[in-house]
Ligand binder design. Structure first.
Ligand SMILES: *Cc1c(COP(=O)(O)O)cnc(C)c1O
Length: 434
């Protein structure tokens, strides 16, 4: 029987659609938050009779109108499967989908767009590397280094691998401010180390880790580094070539795009040596019952029909980020962080968990004698959305010997007035529990 081959693709380079807007970016340095807020329709509603104060962007960031419109356009005018059809709609869908990949490439400054694999999110992305890289190259007695501030999605897959292979997980400790103890990291590296997998910005503490330095140290020992960029991508400008990391993983829904979108960036030579993660259609060059030959990058890692609408939305979110003054947005978030931190510290009984020198606009805190879930519930009644719990980082809670925290996370669309509302509401919570 002759091998079944997928239809040859139309030249994708020429299919990549142009950016949504080529309007010059205003880089005056001023940040017009009211103007930016109008780009996010969710923000203008009331909740429980009060204007919504959305302080949970670290769990899922809001989506600007241009992303919603781009998704609608795909569903209303272009909906079709990618990479398979020779017909008009399929070509348009493919153009939009590959256009999103090229946008991701530019956004993180990858060398080639085929180094950007589309996945459903950060969790799936780390699992892809665990299966594709870990199961192939990590064996008995080998070691994987993570840190004490990882999200569960950067702990559990490696534990599964260790269990299967007889490998060992080593953990970089953190100090009382919630910073990595880098001297301990150096001491953990040895000839058995096969991978370092590290969070860029802690979703539970806000800590920004010096990943460039970590990568350089690991590379001295020829150890590749995976960076969990779920929080890094929304709060920093990312240049994977400058960081020189081997993998960088991000979730679209934390980057102002729909859920179901995400990216594994990997260096080409690593991705080529890895096993595929999920087997099926689209990831093959040829299939017979005797043997399957896998497709090249990025298709090898994208079996089945991908989340086309979501990934196109991610491309639009990146266009949006390109249309604003990103440097001003980042500065503004830092100002909000400082302002909210100062105001929260003024409240007696409030303790901020995570006081690193380098921090993003994520503030975890506890209030004496009040459970974080009660804080979250009372604030919700006032239209204020915060997170309460362990933030998928139970080891961080264990490190600080607390069951949970309340967490307010700020994006560039939040305001000082919203920080004031948070502070006033927490003061009322304290009154209620007196
Ligand atoms: C949210 C998050 C994840 C998991 O991302 P999903 O989108 O839920 O798959 C991993 N790491 C960090 C730091 C996160 O904030």
């Amino acid at each position: 029987m002759a091998a079944v081959t997928e239809p040859t693709l139309v030249d994708v380079e020429n299919l990549v659609e142009a950016a949504l807007t080529d309007a010059p970016v205003n880089t005056s340095g001023a940040w017009d938050v009211e103007r930016v807020r109008r780009d996010f329709p969710v923000l203008s509603q009331t909740v429980n009779g009060k204007p919504l104060v959305y302080l949970d962007s670290a769990a899922s960031a809001q989506v600007p109108q241009v992303v919603i419109d781009r998704g609608s356009k795909y569903l209303g005018e272009e909906h079709s499967n990618v990479h398979r059809g020779v017909h008009y709609l399929s070509q348009r869908a493919t153009s939009a989908y590959e256009g999103a990949r090229e946008r991701v490439r530019r956004f993180i400054n990858a060398r080639e767009s085929l180094e950007c694999i589309f996945v459903r999110g950060c969790t799936e992305g780390i699992n892809l590397v665990m299966h594709g890289y870990g199961r192939k190259f990590i064996g008995e007695g080998d070691e994987i280094i993570i840190s004490a501030m990882e999200h569960h999605s950067n702990i559990v897959p490696w534990q599964m691998l260790c269990e299967e292979k007889g490998a060992r997980l080593r953990v970089i400790p953190i100090n009382d401010r919630g910073e990595l103890q880098l001297d301990e990291f150096e001491a953990l590296l040895n000839e058995r180390t096969k991978l370092v997998s590290i969070i860029h910005i802690s979703n539970a503490l806000g800590t920004i880790n010096p990943v460039k330095e970590i990568v350089a140290t690991a590379h001295k020992h020829d150890v590749p580094v995976l960076v969990d960029g779920a929080q890094g991508a929304p709060h920093l400008t990312i240049d994977v070539q400058d960081l020189d990391c081997d993998f960088y993983i991000l979730s679209g829904h934390k980057l102002f795009a729909p859920t179901g979108s995400g990216v594994v960036y990997g260096k080409r030579e690593l991705l080529e040596r890895m096993n595929p993660f999920i087997g099926g259609g689209s990831m093959i060059r040829s299939v017979t019952f005797e043997k399957t030959i896998y497709a090249g990058l990025p298709d090898k890692f994208e079996a089945g029909t991908p989340a086309i609408a979501s990934q196109i939305g991610l491309g639009a979110a990146i266009d949006y980020l390109g249309s604003i003054d990103r440097a001003a947005a980042i500065r503004y978030e830092q100002e909000l962080l400082e302002y909210a931190t100062t105001r929260l510290n003024e409240i007696e009984g409030v303790t901020i968990i995570g006081t690193a020198h380098e921090k993003a606009s994520v503030i975890s805190f506890t209030v004496d004698d009040v459970h974080p879930h009660d804080i979250g519930t009372i604030l919700d009644a006032e239209g204020i959305a915060i997170r309460a719990g362990h933030h998928c980082a139970q080891p961080v809670m264990q490190r600080f010997q607390i069951p949970a925290t309340a967490r307010a996370s700020f994006a560039f669309y939040n305001t000082r007035e919203e920080a004031d509302k948070l502070v006033a509401a927490i003061k009322r919570v304290i009154e209620v529990f007196k």
